[in-house]
Design a protein around this ligand. Structure first.
Ligand SMILES: NC(=O)c1ccc[n+]([C@@H]2O[C@H](COP(=O)([O-])OP(=O)(O)OC[C@H]3O[C@@H](n4cnc5c(N)ncnc54)[C@H](O)[C@@H]3O)[C@@H](O)[C@H]2O)c1
Length: 386
């Protein structure tokens, strides 16, 4: 009884906050209003695309990109891993573009099944996940739940549809661990993950491939390399360092052996979305099944210290930095993508360098936080990334 009361209170609070933000809210069951809305939406005759994690950073940009080609329906559980107000702000923008984001958890088999009955999804873009490497030290089970249980639930719902929708899903460069073979190629082994996050992402690839081979599905896994840009994630270094620089706070910079700075293959969001789009349009129901994996990176290595110098120039602030050994964080030393396979098969050709990409990110950051993101700003002021 007490549990039910607590649930009603939580749902009541989140219901009102979500309503004021125009996000569709259904917890546990689709309401009649939502059903009608979805039926209208899914009757518009276009191909129908379900995006999981649509209120997330990449899901938001992908939803906007696909809005002209598909009837897009989004689901997201709006969890509080980072400020929910940022996810709501993204969902509001999607709403303004006619894209509805349903509050649903991908581990909810009944709700997903109902959704698949209302809409005839031709494609699914599966981006929902517990992201981040360091948070696994605090909440390991969130990775198992969203990345493994959530993926299996989605696959279980998808497999009973005829035809089974084409699936494109997010994997990660982290599956390569601390591989010494640089750049990372899809043909390399990926069986020594350096974090629980990476282990769940690699498991997701293997589980999805298994479903493809048993049920004749088409799926494409995309190994994204450190994605950044406008509407990005506050738990990631670029946004977190920008906030700290502006507040004159100390930046914690992970270092490896011999005090070497970590390096990343930073990839601008528009390039990633182009790669996602090409994956969706080149996927097919080939026999007996299709399972593809592509690296989506920029293929240039950028030292984190250099990234900080660009941010210093953009913000006009001098960084105060504290260097900490990466130790048990699960952060790898270096990432660099071999993108030749994506280039040949998808026509993937990233075009944004780190200087231009960071300038665009910072321009959004100033505009959003100074003029529009009042709620987010308040929530962000209390947020401390792991
Ligand atoms: N951003 C990167 O640099 C990067 C790099 C490699 C891989 N990826 C992968 O790309 C995908 C998208 O990443 P992102 O950067 O947009 O992250 P994000 O955290 O902004 O987006 C993920 C979204 O999924 C939602 N979600 C999580 N668990 C869910 C569940 N059980 N049910 C429904 N929704 C759930 C979250 O609320 C969030 O809005 C993820 O799968 C991530 O692992 C991202």
């Amino acid at each position: 009884m007490l549990r039910l009361f607590v649930m009603l209170v939580i749902v009541g609070v989140s219901r009102s906050s979500l309503r004021t933000n125009h996000v569709i809210l259904d917890v546990g069951k689709l309401s009649n209003n939502t059903k009608h809305l979805l039926m209208d939406k899914c009757r518009q005759g276009k191909h129908q695309l379900l995006i999981t994690g649509a209120a997330g950073f990449i899901g938001f940009h992908a939803a906007l990109k696909f809005a002209n080609q598909f009837d897009v329906v989004g689901v997201d559980n709006f969890n509080a891993y980072y400020p929910v107000s940022l996810k709501l702000a993204r969902a509001n923008v999607l709403h303004e573009h006619g894209i509805h984001v349903l509050r649903a958890d991908i581990t909810d088999f009944a709700l997903l099944s109902e959704l698949f009955q209302l809409c005839t999804f031709t494609h699914v873009l599966h981006l929902a996940a517990q992201a981040g490497v360091r948070y696994a030290l605090r909440d390991p089970f969130s990775y198992i739940r969203s990345n493994i249980q959530g993926t299996v639930t989605l696959l279980e719902v998808m497999k009973i549809n005829h035809p089974i929708p084409i699936l494109v899903y997010a994997s990660s460069s982290s599956v390569y661990g601390n591989s010494q073979i640089i750049p990372f190629s899809e043909f390399d082994r990926a069986d020594s993950p350096a974090s629980l996050y990476a282990a769940t992402k690699r498991s997701q690839e293997l589980i999805t491939k298994t479903y493809c081979s048993i049920f004749g599905m088409s799926a494409t896994g995309l190994r994204f390399f450190t994605v950044y840009g406008p509407w990005g994630r506050p738990d990631m270094a670029i946004m977190s360092f920008t906030r700290k620089l502006l507040k004159n706070e100390t930046l914690l910079i992970f270092i490896g052996p011999e005090n070497k700075s970590l390096s990343r293959d930073f990839t601008y969001i528009d390039d990633i979305v182009d790669g996602i789009q090409a994956s969706v349009f080149t996927a097919s129901h080939s026999q007996p099944y299709q399972h593809r994996i592509f690296n989506l990176g920029n293929s240039k290595v950028v030292d984190v210290a250099y990234m900080v110098r660009i941010l210093e120039r953009l913000t006009g602030k001098k960084a105060r930095s504290r260097f900490v050994p990466r130790s048990v964080s699960g952060e790898v030393l270096l990432t660099k993508a071999d993108i030749s396979l994506a280039s040949i098969q998808l026509g993937y050709s990233p075009s944004t360098n780190i200087e231009d990409g960071l300038a665009r990110f910072y321009s959004w950051y100033q505009d959003f936080f100074l003029f529009k993101g009042v709620n987010v700003k308040t929530e962000m002021s209390k947020y401390v990334p792991d």
